[in-house]
Ligand binder design. Structure first.
Ligand code: SF4
Length: 116
């Protein structure tokens, strides 16, 4: 993602009720055409949604954030490495690796089944 797209996404993300397209391009210091292209990129990535509306007889859009926050993404990735209270034993392991005979790994995998 380009830096300008990241800035646009951050502005949208900070606006709880969404941000008008005209305000977005104003705050980014770019023209409306470029801003529309950036919003299209964010729409295609599923990070924002847009609502069409008319203000002072002019059609515009309100852009809202719909993507996951970075902290939510990190939590879900972290959770993939934990079974119960036990962290994946392979992370940081320096033992000679024979996964089919590894007691630590087998114990951890049994813990995955116990969670559900
Ligand atoms: S399978 Fe066992 S030996 Fe191999 S990396 Fe994982 S914990 Fe270490």
């Amino acid at each position: 993602m380009e830096e300008i797209e990241e800035r646009a996404l951050e502005l949208v993300r900070r606006s709880k009720d969404g941000i008008l397209l005209s305000r977005l391009w104003g705050e980014l210091g770019i023209n409306s055409r470029r801003c529309t292209r950036i919003v299209r990129t964010l729409l295609d990535a599923g990070l924002v949604e847009r609502e069409s509306l008319v203000m002072d007889r002019v059609r515009t859009y309100r852009i809202r954030f719909v993507g996951e926050s970075k902290s939510e993404i990190n939590v879900s990735k972290y959770e993939l490495l934990v079974a119960g209270d036990v962290f994946d034993p392979c992370v940081g392991c320096t033992d000679e690796c024979k996964p089919t005979r590894c007691a630590q790994l087998n114990k951890w995998i049994r813990g995955l089944g116990a969670e559900s």
